[in-house]
Design a protein around this ligand. Structure first.
Ligand code: GDP
Ligand code: IMO
Ligand code: MG
Length: 429
């Protein structure tokens, strides 16, 4: 046992990076198991802000870092992040799975081309080449990190990759596939000597650590409703984002998972297109966007904002086996007279308690809201000062809100976060 999973239960950007950094002290290793550099996980320490796309968020706490087979790895971004942490005098103890697929130039190019081709129906991806990398994996035409360790293997993987990517880029999109494929091969050869030292068997490393009674923290990217199956398909990412994917994406048995912490914001956000039942719109949304600094950590795009959807959270928490919740950004809602929470969906004359699976049904649904009394608007310093007095010193209505959320979701709220910094977090007993 002794692996803990942290996952987002909304549309990503719930504050997973902050929670991982705050909680990882008691762990030996932190592992990413899904997604790729589409993730942007923010960690704030002593007022300094860092955003990690591939390196697990335990990096600043000096933890052993694992990137599992479930992650697609853009070598350019990984090396850039390693350079950034090196400038902080950190030399991470990092292992990247030899089975992880590499995101290469043609993937990023195809992401842009495909979004352009779809026009108004575009998904609004991060343009990080994520879905083309996962598509090539499924087409058995990917290049994996382990191929970098063996020239024969790299040559053969690249041949299949090159032939598919040339055909797609030239044949489907009418662009110069030859040039971009050749550039990417040259670039991989250039970066390989630096990358090789980090590549190895992550499944074995994770299992060895657990056998030695070590503690492993598994860091999810994205959120439940961006999952390829359980999200608002087709406005989703290209792989699984659920807690149940964690063991598969790192190579450990599912029985090793002891705890699952679901991270939720006190409201919801989503970046990119797709239905969003509790979306606020108007000035209320704009005000919260500014107050909560709701701009994408990867793309800088403004995030769409809605009220907390407790019905969606309940469904996600149940299916994910969530054992406790971390509720973030309660400070951002401070100053509102009333705070709304959706507890079900009005679909014609019936009330649905679970989110429907199709976007046409979702678009038909209207939120059914419960209302709660608001709490004061306090400065970040005032929140911190209150927090220093212990959890019960936080505004009464904010704590009651947390209690109502746990009742509606059916899972205990264990952590309440009231500021971006590592220390702005308290455990709710
Ligand atoms: P992630 O992708 O789930 O790691 O979340 P992001 O880092 O993309 O977005 C969360 C944003 O909220 C970041 O800017 C965090 O620094 C910030 N944040 C996290 N927790 C809190 C909190 O409790 N209060 C406030 N005000 N900001 C927070
Ligand atoms: P973290 O880990 C928020 C969204 C994109 C788009 C959709 C598909 O920081 O929570 P993709 O590039 O994956 O093909 O885009 O998924 N998306 C995210 N939204 N947070 C993320 O990660 C996201 N990763 C992908 O905006 O709507
Ligand atoms: Mg993010």
């Amino acid at each position: 046992m002794s692996a803990t999973v942290v996952v987002g239960l909304q549309w990503g950007d719930e504050g997973k990076g902050k929670i991982i950094d705050s909680l990882c002290e008691g762990f030996d290793a932190v592992a990413r198991f899904n997604g790729g550099s589409n993730a942007g996980h923010t960690v704030v320490v002593g007022g300094n802000k860092f955003a990690f796309h591939l390196l697990p968020s335990g990096v600043l706490q000096g933890k052993k870092l694992l990137i599992g087979n479930g992650v697609v790895v853009d070598p350019e971004i990984l090396l850039k992040e390693l350079d950034e942490v090196a400038s902080l005098n950190l030399t991470p103890d990092l292992l990247v799975s030899d089975r992880a697929h590499l995101t290469l130039g043609p993937h990023k190019f195809r992401d842009r081309l495909e979004e352009g081709r779809r026009g108004a129906a575009a998904v609004g991806t991060t343009m990080r080449g994520i879905s083309p990398t996962f598509a090539d994996r499924a087409l058995r035409a990917g290049v994996r990190a382990g191929d970098l360790l063996d020239d024969e293997s790299l040559k053969s993987a690249f041949e299949t990759f090159a032939s598919l990517n040339r055909a797609l880029i030239s044949g489907v999109y009418g662009e110069d596939g030859d040039a971009i494929v050749k550039d990417s091969m040259d670039r991989v050869k250039e970066l390989a000597p630096r990358l090789r030292q980090y590549v190895g068997d992550v499944s074995k490393a994770a299992n060895d650590l657990l056998d030695r009674k070590g503690k492993l923290l598994l860091e999810g990217a994205q959120g439940y409703y961006l999952d390829i199956d359980y999200g608002t398909y087709p406005y989703v990412t290209a792989t699984h984002t659920t807690a149940s994917y964690a063991p598969a994406g790192i190579g450990i048995p599912s029985q090793r998972i002891e705890e699952v912490i679901g991270v939720i914001k006190a409201y919801c956000t989503r970046v990119g297109s797709g239905p969003f039942i509790t979306e606020m719109g108007g000035q209320a949304e704009e005000a919260l966007r500014r107050k909560g600094n709701e701009y994408g950590a990867t793309t800088g795009r403004p995030r769409r904002i809605g009220w907390l959807d407790a019905a969606a959270t309940r469904y996600a928490a149940k299916a994910s086996g969530v054992t406790s919740l971390a509720l973030t950004k309660v400070d951002v809602l401070g100053g509102l007279d009333r705070v709304s929470v959706c507890d079900g969906y009005i679909d014609g004359s019936s009330l649905r308690m679970e989110p429907p699976s199709t976007i046409s049904a979702l678009r038909r649904c209207k939120p059914h809201y419960l209302e709660f009394e608001g709490w004061p608007d306090l400065s970040p310093e005032a929140w911190r000062k209150l927090g220093e007095g212990g959890i019960s010193a936080l505004p009464k209505n904010a704590l009651e809100f947390a209690r109502s959320v746990e009742e509606l979701v059916g899972v205990r709220v264990r952590y309440v976060s009231y500021g971006p910094d590592r220390i702005d977090l308290k455990e709710l007993k």
